[in-house]
Design a protein around this ligand. Structure first.
Ligand code: DSN
Length: 423
């Protein structure tokens, strides 16, 4: 068969972009070669609707073994009692959880997107805000920390069926025990979406939500460093409190409801090649070298946040407990959009991001979000974080000075050359 030169040329260019640039998007990482090999494997050819041992297609005996290993490794990694490894993404995982637990029109309470939450936690432009009735909590303006009093006040006033915690741009740990206490009082289930810090949580470097939250979802490609995908976990299986029924009309334990909500509820055939890659990534995340990596991700984030603070940058909440930080650029007289564009010209990739109480639109924003998961995979350490902050500061001081941006790009390439990715 003729090789598709056009697409493979573009993939080579994308590899070069990744090799040469500094990847600081907090939700991105570099999967290992064996994870990518599994993701690009023959398992992509197999239909396997259903679960291991209970499929709607023949010939599933081998993918059954692969999926069973993925489930067992996920359970071991997160100390969970049950896992479903089929969600194609974090959004799909959340959609399945909500389908299993809620009826259209039910109230949900999530972390405001404009304060650092996620689209699938009730945003009006997402299914979660269209099918369900969303309410929100945010962060306190004076501290940048989650406003737990507000969460409690709204929960007890509105009595939502579900409280969602977790974020895509929040640099601090969560008080899951408190949220569970409020949820018990309000009669709600708690969903923790740990998509961003799940790798750090898995290795005990942040508070574990599984003992407190009814259901936990995550993506597999951020700090966890696997293939692009989703995962649902239960610390402990439990009876569904509202007697919700499976598509067959049966009232079952939550694990069965969730399995049915993934397939046939929201998905068709599972991506067995991605499930194979998830199994490989979970195996890697159980290793000693991943533990060292996860520790370094946190050290690097702290070194980076301190270096930004020293240069007069305003980090929301004043620092970080995890792999990311959100920077309010208003005191630097540059918008998030202008900063993102200028940094891309220097081959430094970040994303513009709303900051809490932002006065600019989501297309412009007052901030940028920065994470250390990807540069840490390359082997960079604290001193390199300080160099990166100096490079970013050079660009943001003169974003329109092509000569200075070009000079920074040269420094970026000489730094990344020392930390080859896939060679
Ligand atoms: N797009 C992801 C992120 O960047 O955090 C969330 O879905």
């Amino acid at each position: 068969m003729k090789k598709d030169k056009l697409i493979f040329k573009l993939l080579d260019e994308e590899q070069q972009r990744q090799e040469e640039g500094l990847e600081l998007i907090a939700s991105e990482n570099f999967a290992s070669k064996q994870v990518m090999e599994a993701a690009g494997s023959v398992a992509t050819n197999k239909y396997a609707e259903g679960l291991p041992g209970k499929r709607y297609y023949g010939g599933c005996q081998i993918v059954d073994e692969i999926e069973t290993i993925a489930i067992e490794r996920a359970k071991q990694l997160f100390n969970a009692q049950w896992a479903n490894v089929q969600p194609h993404s974090g959004a799909q995982a959340n959609a399945a959880v909500m389908l299993a637990c809620l009826q259209p029109g039910d109230k949900i309470l999530g972390f405001d997107l404009s304060h650092g939450g996620h689209l699938t936690h009730g945003s009006p432009v997402n299914f979660s805000g269209k099918l369900y009735q969303p309410f929100f909590y945010g962060v306190r303006q004076d501290t940048g920390l989650i406003n737990y009093e507000q969460l409690k006040e709204v929960a007890l006033r509105e009595r939502p069926k579900m409280i969602i915690c977790g974020a895509s741009a929040y640099s601090r740990d969560w008080d899951y025990a408190f949220i569970r206490q409020v949820a018990d009082e309000a009669g709600a289930l708690v969903l923790a979406d740990i998509s961003h810090p799940s790798g750090l949580i898995a290795r005990g470097l942040l508070t574990d939500p599984l003992p407190h939250c009814h259901i936990v979802t995550t993506t597999t490609h951020k700090t966890l460093r696997g293939p692009r995908g989703g995962l649902i976990l239960l610390g402990k299986d439990f009876e569904n409190p509202w007697g919700l029924k499976t598509p067959k009309g049966e009232v079952k334990m939550m694990s069965a409801l969730l399995d049915a909500a993934v397939f046939p509820g929201t998905q068709g055939g599972p991506l067995e090649h991605i499930i194979a890659a998830k199994a490989v990534a979970f195996g890697e995340a159980l290793s000693d070298s991943y533990m060292k990596y996860a520790l370094q991700v946190k050290l690097n984030a702290q070194a980076m946040a301190n270096a930004f603070i020293e240069k007069g940058y305003n980090i929301i909440s004043g620092g970080t407990d995890n792999h990311l930080m959100l920077i309010d650029l208003r005191n630097k007289n540059i918008s998030g959009k202008a900063a993102e564009n200028a940094l891309v010209n220097a081959d430094i990739t970040v994303n513009k991001n709303m900051v809490p109480y932002d006065d600019k639109s989501p297309f412009v924003t007052s901030g940028i979000r920065i994470g250390t998961a990807a540069v840490t995979t390359r082997g960079m350490k604290e001193k390199h974080m300080e160099q990166i902050v100096a490079l970013i500061d050079d660009v943001l001081a003169n974003p329109e000075d092509e000569h200075s941006v070009k000079k920074v790009r040269k420094h970026v390439h000489s730094l990344t050359e020392k930390f080859p990715l896939y060679k």
